[in-house]
Write a protein that binds this ligand. Structure first.
Ligand SMILES: Nc1ncnc2c1ncn2[C@@H]1O[C@H](COP(=O)(O)OP(=O)(O)OP(=O)(O)O)[C@@H](O)[C@H]1O
Length: 737
């Protein structure tokens, strides 16, 4: 089925450039890639080896469809990262020579968040407008909060930790005290969601002891606390959409009718939750294309079992498979080592990878006496590459098995004055107290009903103690409204009397919608302007209360003069700056006295004030890259995990990241340190289950195949751990390559 929609009118010049670009696009592809682009008769799996151009092919297919006149809102394109989504959009824009408006390119999370916002779909899962999205750190704090007074439950987990420690820990040291494993509980709950387990399901079979403890003692309470505080975590975004699709067939049907073409990247890493989401939307759509490589399945620990790719023909009738086997990335030497290694795995479809590239340099395998020497030598070799061989720094990567190993390189790189880009750094940046606080202040500009953000702001305002904040929170709950309404009321009520006030309240907080968003999908002509906030946005549409519901607010809180002054200032400035451009944020923060708060805040004041200001300044610089505050707030809520360094700084830095984060990337020279037994392959996963050796091998394979020209694999004979010297054996993978 081809789209009947014709392309927008273009000038002859633009038409010529367009057709030239489409020709170039197809000319640069090989026969199989071209076949994959043109095939739309039945569900298609592009089963492709490393570096064979699967990302390139999928992106080209998208651009090709757009160039043929298929409207962007009719193509659902699910990418692995938001960066890949932006890249796909840019390519299509370059070919069509016009801005790609209203497209549906994104990750499972961002697409689900967007769907949840349309027509207040979130209400069907009991969420309210401006729900707050929790990152992993906030999830951990939430669990800590709900277990605060539950000594019995905490003791259960402490006993479990103690038991596991004595069973597993080889190198015991004095002074070990078990602690409540909040972070592990978060991973466990995420895992439940990835496996499509709802908190109200019966206890599933096959849980291990820890999972059972979490399922029975924490999961339900955690979910209920999120709902009562209008919060969602990342997993919920997809899980809620699956629930809605199952319970509201009319919503699912709208999407099935809207998306004529469905393209999905990296299907080897789909977990059960993502599979279900996708299969529901696909229905019996035949114009469905996905790409994947079973040899690059490295997310088993997040619940990806490879079933979708390994059993594709069982999932979809008349499935067609196109294999891409010519590698364009690496030298023959690199590819041979990679093939040798992966051939030891049994659970794979098997591919015959080959390349026309040069033989290339031999693989450099280095043994060092200890960890520090290994780090020093690698950093020295990198300096030589940059300074003597003029290699651009961003063409060099150090890929480690864990984030912690990456951090071990930082000190040396700083000492050597080698610019580096550590992907996990960016996550850390958003956790810095002053940055987090500034983000909350900015969030309430855009999302006035985000109680979670208000709670984090209020007790930082001079004069507001925990008690007052609690009263405001309780008052909002009693009035069945948001904290914003109560705060507005307190700030506006000049006399601050406790007399009941009549005020237009948010009530059910129904946003006014000139045209139903669902109607718009069905009829794209109804889309009138890019300013329409329902398009291209992950959060809910505009929500100024338009109904005439007037509600009596009972506000029985007395503020003192100082509290009232500070609150009024904040609410007034919020009103002034709420629709402002991001470059005005510095003025907003100054006017509300943010920088004064920083100096007085007991959590922050010990820190160097200049550094504090610089951190906030860096945040505001990131914000300025966005057109408006809404885009910025959306980006931070969902995309914080991917980082947002400027392209300029990225081009001047070497890359320091885990192998997992390097997926889909390529570099001329790749360093793979710490290949000793226990580190690569790791022995245990974070939840202390034995690691899957085949998955570890795939991880090593992904690391090696990121390289175009050279690989440098190293290991050490010994390391220090808590004043003990540990002897190491080199990785078994070194024998296998
Ligand atoms: N037909 C082609 N001719 C020349 N170069 C190509 C062709 N197809 C892809 N390439 C190049 O090969 C390299 C690998 O492509 P791409 O990143 O799309 O591969 P991939 O299969 O997604 O890799 P991986 O899964 O290993 O990350 C890129 O530099 C790309 O530009």
């Amino acid at each position: 089925m081809e789209s009947s929609v014709s392309s927008p009118k273009a000038s002859p010049n633009i038409k010529r450039i367009k057709s030239q670009k489409i020709n170039d696009l197809l000319k640069n592809l090989n026969k199989e890639q071209r076949e994959a682009i043109n095939y739309n008769s039945s569900p298609l799996l592009i089963l492709a080896g490393v570096g064979t151009g699967k990302t390139q092919t999928l992106m080209s297919k998208y651009a090709h469809l757009i160039s043929k006149g298929v409207q962007p809102q009719k193509i659902l394109a699910v990418t692995f990262t938001n960066k890949a989504a932006r890249e796909m959009e840019k390519r299509a824009e370059s070919i069509t020579q016009s801005a790609l408006r209203f497209n549906w390119i994104g990750t499972f999370h961002s697409l689900s968040a967007r769907m949840l916002g349309f027509d207040q779909v979130y209400e069907s899962v009991e969420l309210k407008v401006d729900y707050h999205i929790l990152n992993q750190d906030k999830q951990r704090k939430q669990i800590r909060k709900i277990l605060k007074d539950q000594k019995g439950t905490k003791d259960l987990f402490l006993a479990f930790e103690q038991k596991m420690f004595s069973l597993n820990q080889k190198h015991q040291y004095r002074g070990f005290k078990p602690s409540v494993p909040y972070a592990k509980m978060v991973s466990c709950i995420d895992k439940f969601k990835n496996r499509l387990l709802f908190h109200d399901d019966d206890e599933p079979k096959g849980l291990n002891e820890f999972e059972r403890l979490v399922f029975l003692n924490v999961y339900t309470e955690y979910q209920e606390s999120l709902i009562s505080e209008n919060l969602v975590d990342y997993g919920d975004l997809i899980l809620y959409m699956v629930r809605i699709f199952r319970q509201k067939p009319e919503i699912l049907q709208k999407y099935r009718e809207q998306f004529e073409y469905i393209l999905v990247d990296e299907v080897q890493d789909l977990n059960l939750l993502q599979q279900e989401w996708l299969k529901l939307i696909i229905g019996d759509n035949k114009q469905f294309t996905c790409v994947g490589d079973d040899d690059q399945m490295i997310y088993g620990f997040r619940g990806a079992g490879g079933d979708f790719i390994l059993n594709f023909e069982q999932h979809f009738q008349n499935a067609h498979i196109i294999r891409l086997e010519q590698n364009y990335r690496s030298t023959k030497v690199i590819l041979t080592h990679a093939n040798n290694l992966i051939s030891k795995n049994k659970k794979r479809k098997g591919k015959n990878l080959w390349t026309e590239n040069n033989e290339g340099e031999p693989a450099y395998i280095n043994e060092f006496q200890d960890v520090q020497t290994e780090i020093d030598q690698i950093c020295r070799q990198i300096k030589v590459l940059i300074q003597k061989q003029n290699v651009p720094p961003n063409q060099i990567a150090i890929l480690t098995r864990t984030n912690q190993e990456g951090r071990e390189f930082e000190k040396q790189l700083v000492m050597d004055n080698t610019p580096y880009d550590l992907s996990s750094n960016k996550k850390q940046f958003l956790k810095i107290k002053e940055v987090e606080l500034a983000l909350y202040y900015i969030t309430v500009l855009e999302k006035q009903y985000d109680d979670f953000a208000w709670k984090h702001i209020l007790d930082k305002i001079p004069g507001f103690g925990k008690d007052t904040c609690k009263k405001i929170d309780e008052c909002a709950k009693e009035n069945k409204t948001s904290m914003f309404d109560i705060l507005n009321n307190l700030a506006q009520n000049e006399q601050n009397q406790s007399t009941p006030t009549i005020k237009k309240a948010s009530g059910k907080r129904k946003p006014a919608m000139p045209i139903s968003a669902l109607e718009k999908w069905a009829n794209p002509k109804l889309i009138v302007s890019k300013d329409d906030s329902t398009e291209g946005s992950i959060s809910s549409p505009k929500k100024e209360p338009q109904d005439n519901v007037r509600k009596i607010l009972k506000v029985d809180i007395k503020l003192n003069k100082k509290q009232k002054e500070n609150l009024s200032r904040l609410m007034k400035q919020r009103e002034i700056f709420k629709n402002t451009q991001t470059k005005m944020l510095v003025k907003y923060l100054t006017n509300i006295g943010f920088y004064e708060h920083l100096a007085k805040n007991s959590n922050i004041k010990e820190k160097d004030p200049v550094k504090c200001q610089k951190n906030v300044q860096s945040l505001l610089e990131i914000a300025e890259a966005f057109d408006d505050i809404k885009q910025f707030v959306d980006h931070i809520a969902l995309f914080s995990q991917e980082g947002s360094g400027s392209e300029e700084s990225e081009s001047k830095s070497i890359k320091l990241m885990t192998i997992h984060s390097s997926k889909g990337l390529e570099f001329d020279h790749v360093f793979l340190p710490f290949w000793v037994q226990g580190k690569m392959p790791v022995e245990f996963q974070r939840d202390r289950q034995a690691a899957d050796i085949e998955e570890e091998r795939r991880c090593a394979f992904v690391g090696i195949t990121r390289a175009r020209k050279s690989i440098h694999i190293s290991h050490h004979q010994m390391s220090d751990n808590n004043y003990q010297t540990i002897q190491h054996r080199q990785s078994v993978f070194l024998k296998e390559i």
